[in-house]
Write a protein that binds this ligand. Structure first.
Ligand code: UD1
Length: 419
């Protein structure tokens, strides 16, 4: 097991380059099975989740070359075989449930183990299944397995009770090869949905409205192989913005689409952070006096739930009272206990956390309870007095490329060691 050790107190300076978005790349890799031709994903991030999904495709007889030094990921799914539910890798990451839509589109059959719950909530899949049923799939479940089959998939009108990112993606991927038109209403509007649709459209799909609440998909007969560069990771960019804010530093974040990260930038501006915007970069000036703010996580374009733990870490040290309400996941406050060990003053009442900013937090041994919570602990370690040891960092490696190297290059005292 590895851990990250940070000696707090250093200022940051310089530039950091943001990697491609984990939440775009995973569905795009999965969507490549819709077409039995060569797909190239440019600038693919070497993340643990990406490695697992690539291993899974390899186990299903696909050619996947991830080791290419130019950062390109080459995928050829010509010899893809249907999934075998004994496959351990399926249970390793939740995103593997995204295989259901494209597998159904390609083989008219898919059998998958139910994804487990995770630290941040129960994470049901009812909306995925509702959508696939509406497209004509017969779905049965038992013994932890979901089995879906269809003679043919037909377009339909689907209303999502909640704008779920995963359900929107799964349905969209199944619908591109269905007969007729599918309309997804109350669809998720996240930039990663737009990115997946853009990828599919370049392959020959006919999708309109992705990135809005109403997506219209006209089914096509087949798709063709392409080369594609996914969008940058807005959550990684946001994490570095908060690093600058917490350490009273000025840094440049390269690889940013400001529109994607606007909900966070506007909140940080309210706190007193200054941004100088360039084309695909932002200079973040976190040297000013900080003010507390209230936050409510919401589906995009609301404040992202994936930035909530990092923002809580920041607000823990902003003088005054801040209130953080988590509306997307029912159990996404696991990091509160860890921050409290470092001296943060946070009380939870249901889905709301009340944060009373303290002048100083102190380093100690803490756990990455999930991916973004792990990032929050690293951020806290950057400003804590003394040494912070972050354990269970495999969570962090699922979603951040070389996080300690990128932060160390900015001037922090941070290392990764074997326990
Ligand atoms: C995706 C992101 C994750 C992010 C989340 C919300 C990926 C790989 N992961 O996860 O990083 O935190 O969006 O922005 O892209 N829900 C249901 N029924 C369903 C599906 C979801 O009730 O069938 C609920 C969930 O329990 C949760 C909410 O909808 O409360 C949001 O989940 P969803 O948008 O589906 O998140 P994911 O796609 O799992």
């Amino acid at each position: 097991m590895e851990k990250i050790i940070i000696t707090g107190g250093n200022k940051l300076r310089g530039e950091v380059n943001i990697s491609a978005a984990k939440n775009s790349v995973l569905p795009i890799i999965v969507a490549s099975i819709l077409c039995p031709e060569k797909i190239i994903i440019e600038n693919a991030p070497m993340l643990e989740d990406v490695v697992v999904i690539c291993d899974l495709l390899r186990e299903l007889n696909c050619d996947v070359d991830l080791s290419n030094h130019n950062g390109n990921l080459n995928i050829n799914t010509e010899n893809l075989r249907p999934i075998d539910t004994n496959c351990e890798l399926i249970r390793k990451i939740r995103a593997s449930f995204l295989l259901m839509g494209p597998m159904l589109a390609r083989f008219k059959y898919c059998k998958l183990s139910l994804p487990g719950g995770c630290n941040i909530g129960s994470r049901p899949i009812d909306l995925h299944l509702k959508g696939l049923k509406a497209l004509g799939a017969d779905i049965s479940s038992g013994h932890g397995i979901i089995e879906a089959r269809a003679e043919k998939l037909y377009g339909n009108r689907i209303y999502l009770d909640f704008p779920s990112v995963g359900a929107t993606e799964n349905i969209m991927m199944a619908a591109v090869l269905a007969k007729g038109t599918t309309i997804i209403e109350n669809a998720a509007e996240e930039p990663e949905i737009w990115d997946l649709a853009n990828f599919l459209n370049l392959m020959g799909a006919k999708i309109e409205g992705a990135g809005t609440g109403k997506i219209i998909i006209d089914g096509v007969i087949s798709l063709k192989g392409i080369s594609y560069k996914p969008i940058y990771d807005r959550i990684e960019a946001g994490t570095f913005m908060i690093a600058a804010a917490m350490t009273n530093s000025i840094i440049k974040v390269n690889g940013i689409n400001k529109d994607h990260i606007r909900p966070l930038m506007e909140k940080l501006k309210e706190c007193g952070i200054i941004f100088i915007e360039e084309n695909y970069s932002v200079i973040v000036d976190g040297r000013g006096i900080k003010k507390p703010v209230d936050i409510k996580t919401m589906p995009y374009p609301g404040f992202p739930t994936d930035m909530q733990p990092q923002m809580m870490s920041f607000l823990s040290m902003v003088e005054g009272s801040s209130m953080i309400t988590e509306t997307v996941f029912e159990n996404r406050f696991m990091h509160v206990a860890e921050l409290a060990r470092m001296g943060a003053k946070i009380k939870i009442d249901g889905r709301t956390a009340y944060v009373e900013g303290v002048k100083c937090i102190t380093g100690c041994e803490v756990k990455a309870t999930d991916l973004r919570a792990g990032a929050a602990m690293i951020l806290a370690g950057l400003v804590a007095e003394g040494i912070t040891e972050v354990k269970d960092i495999y969570h962090i490696d699922r979603g951040y490329v070389d996080i300690e190297e990128k932060i160390r290059k900015l001037g922090a005292n941070i290392i990764r060691v074997q326990e």
